[in-house]
Write a protein that binds this ligand. Structure first.
Ligand code: SF4
Length: 228
């Protein structure tokens, strides 16, 4: 196995590289400028063979510091939504289309404010995602938010219009687009937040039904009566 990051990026696209090798190589990736301002690479987490892959945009502030995806407030909300939809997160692979945190300093100088990655950054990071997809081989992908959905389903995808529908993805695996949990956190009122959360759960239930329909019950999901 070649061990240079560039060689591993190529191997990732061919599906020849193990997840642990990819994770290690991505730590030294400099394929775009986002590594310069971030604490560390945040690679995906979960087991090879997970039937559901949940893909977000990029790590947030907490994830950047922890080096793990979906461990901050949005990750906790994702846990709640997966649980409400009857999907066990421990059986799901979670990752992002971009592996470094893109941010700018707030005028106060204290907070780091998320910035949306541009198309070139998403494209630069794609070999890592392709490597994850090739190794995990999920049966279904859930794209959280427009950046992930447009990267996986197509640039014309609009979450507001097309969320919750199973679509072909550019990487071959069927995909469902839905809102990002961070959008729920930004809701202005409790009522709006509840409606957005319910919409996220409904889309995840569609994902669960799709998986169960494809392969019966053993699909990384559980019945409401089953232990989490
Ligand atoms: S965002 Fe992706 S492509 Fe850019 S430096 Fe980080 S790991 Fe490499």
């Amino acid at each position: 196995m070649a061990d240079e990051p560039e060689a591993l990026r190529d191997a990732a696209q061919r599906g020849d590289a193990r997840l642990d090798d990819l994770r290690a190589a991505a730590r030294t990736c400099t394929a775009c400028d986002l590594y310069r301002n971030a604490t560390q690479t945040v690679f995906g987490a979960g087991g090879e063979g997970a039937e559901l892959m949940v893909i977000g945009e990029q790590p947030g502030d907490r994830e950047d510091l922890a080096g793990e995806p979906f461990v901050g407030p949005a990750g906790r909300l994702l846990d709640e939504a997966l649980d409400a939809a009857g999907i066990d997160r421990r059986l799901v692979y979670v990752t992002n289309v971009v592996k470094h945190f893109k941010w700018r300093r707030a005028p106060s100088g204290k907070r780091r404010i998320h910035q949306k990655p541009d198309r070139a950054e998403v494209q630069a990071c794609r070999p890592w995602l392709e490597g994850e997809m090739a190794r995990v081989q999920p049966r279904l992908v859930v794209c959280l938010g427009a950046t992930a959905a447009q990267a996986l389903i197509g640039p014309a995808f609009r979450v507001t219009r097309e969320h919750g529908h199973v679509r072909p993805s550019v990487l071959g695996t069927p995909a469902i687009g839905t809102i990002h949990p961070s959008a729920v956190l930004r809701a202005r009122t409790g009522q709006e937040r509840q409606a957005m959360f319910d919409g996220l759960v409904a889309d995840l239930r569609t994902a669960r039904a799709q998986l169960r329909g494809a392969r019966g019950k053993k699909c990384g999901t559980r019945d409401a009566k089953e232990p989490a």
